[in-house]
Ligand binder design. Structure first.
Ligand code: 9MR
Length: 323
């Protein structure tokens, strides 16, 4: 036994939340996964279980089994629970693709979805990603089923619907907008417009999938501060750190650890208190199974390696929490 505190204890001591995206199958089947998740993290996000596809096997039915498993795990272990996600253009159910809806039907469907899902977890989910990835990489509004049928109104509506049934803090969440850039400028403008219209938005989630090109931590801190100046809370919601597979640094573990440390430090300096990593250990990263990403990026982006051993990044995060 050692007196060294766990990551979770170090985070608790610093009033900080360090989280992991969770796979309910791994929770059920792998005691080491369960143990690492509960001992080392004080926040969780279901990685896929709350998305519309997994939740809705048919238009009239819901299957909350996997989502409940993750939320129950968070509750039982006294963790902060981030809900991900109410409105997204990806991972929609198969039957949806074949549905020939009218715009009014789509709006009513989305209202009912948000009310049912956010309402079910009233008091149990602490923060919701209400809308995910509504902005394209060039800063224009992303061309999605929701935007196509309902225009920008769907965002304000979704936040309002969530607010009607949920006591959670309500977030807009996106990737590639971690530092000051064209996309984060566009998101800033979008959120300002929505807030001006009275949309009940509490915060913005910066995903921080640092795959290859890593954002400048000083620019991340500046970005966090400008969203805070809009009155929004800022969380890092899906962090992982990889490298271009064809051009990794000579010492990837060290560079990875330094980037984790710098982002946690930038976040804390700016007054942000939550960083969720996108998985418990390297063996569960999405980078190994998603499209051709395993060819494009190195596949060990998290704080624990395939055997649940602590990596240099783990020590770096803990160190940054103690500074
Ligand atoms: O990690 C998720 C992976 O298992 C899914 O296959 C994928 C489907 O698009 O979604 C991944 O999670 C995404 C998250 O929901 C939104 N931000 C980007 C994440 C990584 O793609």
């Amino acid at each position: 036994m050692t007196d060294e505190p766990t990551l979770r204890e170090a985070a608790d001591d610093s009033d900080f939340r360090i989280g992991a995206a969770i796979d309910p199958d791994a929770l059920r089947s792998d005691p080491s996964y369960w143990r690492t998740a509960s001992n080392e993290f004080n926040a969780v996000t279901p990685e896929n279980a709350l998305k519309m596809g997994p939740l809705r096997p048919s238009r009239d039915t819901y299957d909350f089994g996997d989502a409940d498993a993750v939320v129950d795990f968070g509750d039982r272990n006294d963790m902060y629970v981030r809900g991900h996600v109410l409105v997204w253009h990806n991972q929609k159910p198969d039957w949806f693709q074949a549905w020939d809806y009218t715009d009014d039907q789509l709006r009513e469907f989305l209202r009912e979805h948000v009310h049912t899902v956010a309402g079910r977890y009233h008091g149990r989910i602490d923060a919701w990603d209400v809308v995910n990835e509504a902005v394209a990489d060039d800063g224009s509004m992303r061309d999605t089923v929701w935007y196509d049928a309902l225009g920008e109104d769907y965002l304000a509506d979704a936040f309002r619907w969530a607010d009607e049934v949920s006591d959670a803090d309500l977030y807009y969440n996106d990737y590639g907008a971690d530092a000051i850039n064209e996309k984060s400028d566009a998101i800033y403008d979008l959120l300002e417009r929505l807030l001006d219209r009275g949309a009940p938005i509490d915060g913005v989630g910066l995903q921080m999938h640092a795959l290859g090109d890593h954002p400048d931590p000083d620019s991340v801190a500046e970005n966090i501060r400008r969203f805070q100046d809009l009155g929004l809370d800022v969380q890092i919601t899906e962090m992982d750190v990889a490298f271009h597979a064809d051009d990794p640094p000579a010492n990837p573990d060290k560079v990875q650890a330094e980037f984790y440390r710098d982002v946690i430090a930038a976040c804390r300096d700016a007054g942000c208190d939550t960083v969720v990593t996108w998985g418990v250990h390297d063996a569960s990263t999405w980078l190994r199974t998603f499209r051709d990403f395993s060819d494009r990026f190195t596949g060990d982006p998290l704080l624990f390696d395939d055997r649940y051993d602590e990596k240099p990044a783990y020590d770096a995060v803990k160190g940054a929490l103690r500074d």
